[in-house]
Write a protein that binds this ligand. Structure first.
Ligand code: ZN
Ligand code: ZN
Length: 356
């Protein structure tokens, strides 16, 4: 099969390699669409180590995958779980199922992670990928392969929104109008938020947010923008009558992480999602936080959300088409990664279309 193999930072080779041999408990999937995640960009440029034993390649990265089942191992086959031709998405995070966290369903903090497709094990930037049958989910009717490639980030966004515990009518400020922030904005409306205020630094994704049903957008960086506001807490108060009750931080920008504390009021909940650097620290005025009865949460991965996510896409509770702005063929993974990182063009999310 054709595959993009990452050998070391900045060295990815388009090669012919063996199609993975499946074990009795595995399923072989012909890959259709793979999302380019921010973490793929970090792995490619060597900003974060791979999940392999030595943190290095060679490895086929890409963990946001959809595809078609082509071969079924004897265990899932014997149970009649899958047949060739099934349209599926893959959950890349392989938990141990035996540690206390796993026994409580908190797979995101499993203490003996068996592997992660595209991070520690070969993943999706290839024509085929093998996966344990417990991590393959059939697509409901109406869910496209492109939608399904975004199921993984949507699952993470869904878990984060569930952490926010949004009550009917509440004002929600969302920092970061990237793919995840735009998913969170739609989910917040779906679960009953009153006003959703999306905060970013470029008008293009903020306009996509308005198209997807966000109530207000604020540009905190571009003074020429019609959405520009210098004083964000004042702007939130002007738009919603008060400081926000809920806040999602879907960016790694430390100013946003800090500003989340300034735009939220009494009995508010902030959910931190975007990954800052290893040395970054948040400054919290503890007395003020106590007096305001604040809740600060930190959301990681997506335990227990895949089923609802696929149903939500099928029920059109969230629209993903507007979020995918760029597509590249398997031959051009490096070009896609470079474009998503460095291009000044308007963009939100890129995907690799491996096969139609
Ligand atoms: Zn990802
Ligand atoms: Zn575990």
């Amino acid at each position: 099969m054709k595959a993009q193999v990452l050998y070391e930072p900045n060295v990815m080779k388009f090669e012919t390699v063996d199609i993975p041999q499946i074990a009795d408990n595995e399923v072989l999937v012909k890959i259709k669409t793979v999302g380019i995640c921010g973490s793929d960009i970090s792995y490619y440029y060597g900003h974060s180590p791979l999940g392999t034993a030595d943190g290095k390649g060679p490895l086929i990265i890409g963990h946001e995958m959809s595809g078609e089942v082509v071969e079924v191992g004897s265990i899932p086959g014997g149970m009649g779980l899958f047949v060739p031709g099934d349209r599926v998405t893959l959950n890349p995070v392989m938990q141990c199922n035996a540690c206390p966290a796993c026994l409580n369903g908190q797979f995101n903090v499993c203490s003996h992670m068996l592997g992660v497709l595209g991070v520690a094990n070969n993943g999706g930037f290839a024509e085929y990928c093998k996966v344990n049958y417990t991590h393959v989910y059939k697509l409901p009717e109406g869910v496209t392969y492109q939608d399904a490639a975004l199921a993984e980030p949507l699952a993470c966004a869904t878990y984060a929104i569930s952490q926010a515990d949004i009550k009917l009518g509440q004002t929600v400020v969302i920092f970061g109008p990237g793919g995840i922030g735009l998913m969170m904005a739609q989910l917040a409306k779906s679960v009953g938020a009153g006003k959703v205020i999306l905060v970013g630094r470029r008008d293009f994704p903020l306009n996509v947010g308005l198209k997807l049903g966000v109530d207000h957008v604020v540009n905190v960086a571009d003074t020429a923008s019609p959405y520009y506001a210098a004083d964000l807490p004042a702007k939130v108060t002007e738009l919603s009558g008060d400081l926000a009750e809920r806040c999602m931080v879907a960016t790694s920008n430390m100013n946003a992480l800090q500003e989340a504390l300034a735009v939220t009021g009494n009995r508010s909940t902030i959910v931190y999602f975007g990954l800052p650097g290893p040395e970054d620290e948040l400054k919290v005025n503890v007395l003020e936080a106590i007096n305001k009865d604040r809740i600060l949460k930190f959301s990681w991965l997506a335990p227990g959300t895949w089923d609802t996510v696929l149903k939500a896409i099928a029920a059109k509770k969230v629209s993903l088409d507007e979020i995918v702005t760029h597509k590249f063929p398997l031959e051009e993974v490096e070009k896609g990664i470079d474009f998503m990182k460095n291009s000044k063009e308007d963009k939100i999310k890129g995907v690799i279309v491996v096969s139609e």
